[in-house]
Design a protein around this ligand. Structure first.
Ligand SMILES: O=C(CO)COP(=O)(O)O
Length: 288
């Protein structure tokens, strides 16, 4: 099936935009792309949960009706991964870790390697979340090297990027995103198992969600960045998902945006019914 991605006005910022395969009128440049990329919804449980409420959440998720044709990934804290793997309905949900070590196994106390995740059957890992960047000092280069290592170990990577409010307000947003993305471009050879999560730091856990227009502007920018660096084929297939105060009330409108290919959900992923609703909103777009 073919779908259309639009680059409104082909902004700007003097970025080279790869030649579209089809261009049609009204001042909009429409790029026809193969829509083999499934919508993607991740639930990042962060450092939340207890044995009792992880059990409850797993039950709620298993009882929920979620659309086929959407990749849905749950990311519990490491300590609950085994339980979740044993009990979560594998026909509906996949698993992700929230981090992994930058290299292979060895004397790295407290770390979990990508090889161990792969060995244990965890197919995805979230890397470069802003909480790890700010609280654990992970630089763009560290995140990129972790990403390359995890991909080489066979995992899929949800790589997070995003600006702080100060960076946005001071006009440094695109420069910050460029730095985060360029580090990935420098390290990653095969993008087929990468999902980019745009998570503006000011929207994470604040209840202040980006407007659909704000999110779309950045998603389109990130796609153009990838077009110019990696080519149209890679950029069109790359899933760029949005995270930051996504909930069951705002997900539908966000999902209608052209370049929003899914969500990375924090707080609302801890409530089974909300997460299931978000997965279904995404499913509505996936079936368009
Ligand atoms: O950080 C996030 C997902 O990784 C978003 O968190 P919230 O949905 O709680 O804002």
């Amino acid at each position: 099936m073919l779908s259309t991605r639009s680059l409104r006005g082909v902004d700007c910022r003097s970025r080279a935009v790869a030649q579209p395969r089809v261009a049609i009128g009204r001042g909009r440049l429409d790029i026809v792309c193969a829509s083999s990329a499934k919508f993607f919804v991740g639930g990042n449980w962060k450092c939340n949960g207890s044995v009792a409420n992880v059990r409850k959440l797993v039950d709620e998720l298993n009882n929920g009706s979620v659309p086929k044709g959407v990749d849905i990934v749950c990311s519990p804290p490491f300590i609950y991964i085994d339980y979740v793997m044993q009990h979560l309905d594998k026909d509906k949900y996949q698993l992700a870790a929230q981090n992994c070590w930058i290299g292979g196994n060895g004397a790295y106390t407290g770390e979990v390697s990508a090889e161990q995740l792969q060995d244990f059957g965890v197919p995805w890992v979230i890397l470069g979340h802003s909480e790890r960047r700010s609280l654990c000092g992970e630089s763009n280069e560290v995140v990129a090297k972790k990403t390359a290592h995890a991909l080489a170990a066979g995992l899929g990577v949800i790589a997070c990027v995003g600006e702080t409010l100060d960076q946005r307000n001071s006009g440094a947003m695109f420069q910050v995103l460029d730095g985060q993305m360029q580090a990935l471009v420098d390290e990653v050879k095969d993008w087929s198992k990468v999902v980019i999560a745009y998570e503006p730091v000011w929207a994470i856990g604040t209840g202040v969600v980006a407007t659909p227009e704000q999110a779309q502007e950045v998603h389109a920018y990130l796609r153009r960045f990838c077009q110019s660096k990696l080519g149209t084929a890679v950029a069109d297939k790359l899933r760029i998902i949005y995270g930051g105060s996504v909930n069951d009330a705002n997900c539908k409108e966000l999902s209608t945006q052209e370049d929003i290919d899914g969500f990375l959900v924090g707080g609302a992923s801890l409530k089974g019914s909300s997460f299931v609703t978000i997965c279904n909103a995404a499913g509505a777009k996936a079936q368009v």
